[in-house]
Each structure stands twice: as C-alpha cells, then as structure tokens.
Design a protein. Structure first.
Length: 400
C-alpha cells in the first residue's frame, strides 16, 4: 500500500492523559479530530509509586488504549516521527503524512536512562529499580519488601521531570514499611535532592522535613547522582554547595534519571530554541506556539515552567481546547493557564499531603477548609482511590 496521506481539522500528537482529554473535548464541540499514538495500553502512571511501595498492583494502572480513545476520533496507530510546521504536516513511522489545520502536541516526556553513567547497568542488576518504568516499579517493591538491613539510596535528578515529588514519596513509603517490620533502625536511608529545599513552598518544606526526620532519613539537598558503579554497588553524589563528591555504598538504589522531550521533538522546528531538554516552545499562558500560531502544546512536553503533573494537564486541557477553537474561528485567544500544579505527596502507607500551587508558587488549595499542608489520612484515600477514579471516569472523558 502507498503511504497514507490524509487531512484533519485538528491533529493531536499523543494518546496520554493530555491527548485523550483534549480530543474528547474537541469532539464534543463538533471538530474533526485525529489522534496519532501507537500505544496498545494506556497507563495511569501516578499509581506506579504505589506499585513500587507495595500499596497497589500494576494491573490496576493500565487499560487498553482502545477503551479510552474517544469513539469519534480518527486514531492512527503509528508513532509520529517528524513535524513540518511550514507545510502543516506530520510524518509517521510508516511513511504516512497527516496534514492539519491545527496541531496539538502532547506526546509526553522521555526518561534518559543513559544520562548518568552506570544507571542502565545498575537497573539490570538485582539491587536497583525505578518507579519511572512500568517493568521496574514491581521490582522496587521486591527490593523494599526483602530488605532488612543496609543502605537504601533514593535519588532525584535535576531539571524538569514528571511528578517531581515521586522520588521522595517512595522513600517515605519504604521507611513506613520498614518501621512496620521493625527493621528501620537497621537501615541507613539517604535521599538525594537537587533542590536547595525539600519543596518550593515553605509550609510543605516544613512538613516534609518533619516527616524525613521522623524516619531518620539523611536528606542531601543541592546534590545529585552523577555516576553508579553497579559491580561494587557504589554511587557518586555531587554536592553543588561545596562542589565536592561523596561515594555512597548501597544495598538498594531507587534511581530517577533525567528527563527530556522525545528525541524527534528535540530535533524538530517546534522545540524551544537553545533549550537542551527540547520542550515545545509555547506561551506559558495560552499554550500556543511562540512561532507557529497553528500549533499548541500541553502536558509534559510543553516548555512551560510549571510542575509536570497530571493535575497540570487537567487545568491545561480546557485552556488548550478553548484557544484551539478560538484560533480556528479567528478570534482572540482568551484561555489562560496560571501554572496550576498538584503533587500528592504520600508521607506513609496511610497518609498524604496535597501540595497545590501556581506559576508564582502560591499555595492554591482545592479544599480551603482542610489543611493539606499536613499529612492526613483522608488525603491518602484521595490518592489511592479518588484520583484514579477521577482519571478514568472524568479527566480522560474531558469532564474534569
């Protein structure tokens, strides 16, 4: 068969939470929508922290992609490989060409496992895992469940990343389990964070410092993992404050590698000029491309200075849809995204605090009568049951 060549009013690149919810909203407004995504299974990735912490099963996190794809969307089950904004065309990996009137880019973010020497080899060993990979999150729980003494090292990379609270969350879930098992006192726990504080808002930093101290966690701020020697189970940590390095031997390592836009996005004209991470160059409020007005982007791939979370996508999606519609109609773009993000931080296997904030790092609580700056049992139920229900039944359908 000759390569496909088709045209759609709106083409959505990516079938994750951003792409599916945007497509559902546009279809309800009567638009011709095409979604390009090769996935067979759709995953609710925020659950992977709980999988790694032994609080949920991996099977709960996935559903067939066909089950979440809006029924009236044209679904091209291929991977996009290039964008040519000058001729308004997307190329797919089978040689197909898809023309668009408006393009919405939301293919997510990639984890650069080779950015830190030794990480990939370490993850292949019996002593390291990461909740940022579907196949590795269950291994995290096996390592935690079987540990009775030694050193546990948890690391977070610098730069933009999915759910920046997740590297902390798994350390708290692990410590709470070890305390339940009566072995926490025999385990040295080290948490390496690249940021100068445990969180960007003082109220949450205060609570997280209290939580970490309660578990006896050694917190290394302004620090990052720079190399792993998996054969000798040693990790090199760089302290940016003193510009010195330290080698820490570990018995288990939970590692989070640096993250960036997919390579093909980095190499495309839509990437932010000079941005090493290659995110799509958009206005942070309207989500419209800074140089190509018929292109919009949202979610993790957008070069917006907010926290890259599912909660951000939930607020970005209606803004992107309103502005795509306005653009098609020749109207001024009135949709505005204020940088809202949310980080549900599990502080134990039964408590959580809910950090909500905007571009200015102002605390923007959704439940103003509840103090979500403190660890709470009711917030745990929100994380474990409420948010997954909201995701599958409301967010993906464009109703929330």
């Amino acid at each position: 068969m000759p390569p496909r060549s088709v045209h759609h009013e709106v083409v959505v690149l990516g079938g994750g939470s951003a792409g599916i919810s945007v497509a559902a909203r546009l279809l309800r407004r009567g638009k011709d929508v095409c979604v390009i995504d090769p996935a067979v299974t759709h995953y609710y990735q925020p659950l992977w922290t709980l999988v790694g912490g032994g609080c949920a099963g991996m099977d709960e996190s996935g559903r067939p992609q066909a089950a979440v794809m809006p029924k009236n969307a044209e679904w091209i089950r291929r991977a996009a490989v290039a964008i040519d904004p000058n001729i308004t065309e997307v190329a797919t990996d089978d040689g197909g060409r898809v023309r668009y009137d408006r393009l919405v880019i939301c293919p997510g973010i990639q984890t650069d496992w080779d950015a830190i020497p030794g990480v990939r080899a370490a993850l292949s060993s019996p002593h390291a895992a990461s909740n940022y990979a579907r196949e590795l999150a269950p291994k995290t729980w096996e390592l935690i469940r079987n540990m009775r003494s030694g050193t546990a090292l948890f690391t977070m990379p610098p730069g933009p990343m999915k759910c920046a609270g997740a590297p902390q969350k798994i350390s708290y879930l692990a410590c709470d389990y070890w305390r339940e098992q009566g072995v926490l006192d025999a385990i040295r726990v080290v948490l390496v964070l690249p940021t100068p504080a445990m969180f960007g808002i003082a109220a949450f930093t205060d609570e997280l410092e209290r939580v970490a101290a309660g578990y006896g966690i050694e917190v290394r701020t302004s620090s990052e993992l720079t190399e792993v020697d998996p054969d000798h189970r040693q990790a090199t940590i760089l302290d940016h404050t003193t510009n010195s390095t330290e080698t820490i031997g570990y018995d288990i390592l939970h590692v989070v590698a640096p993250q960036s836009a997919p390579d093909w996005i980095k190499a495309s004209p839509v990437a932010e000029p000079g941005g090493a991470a290659g995110f799509v160059d958009v206005d942070k409020h309207t989500l419209q491309h800074s140089r190509f007005p018929d292109i919009f982007a949202l979610g993790d791939v957008a070069a917006t200075p907010n926290s890259k979370t599912g909660a951000a996508v939930r607020k970005q999606a209606p803004v992107a849809v309103d502005n795509v519609l306005a653009s098609l109609d020749g109207r001024a773009l009135t949709g505005r995204y204020n940088g809202y993000g949310s980080c549900p931080l599990t502080t134990s296997r039964k408590t959580m605090l809910l950090a909500e904030f905007d571009y200015n790092l102002h605390h923007t609580p959704s439940f103003p009568i509840i103090d979500t700056t403190k660890s709470r049992r009711d917030m745990w139920y929100l994380k474990r049951y409420g948010l997954p229900f909201l995701y599958w039944n409301m967010i993906l359908k464009g109703h929330a």
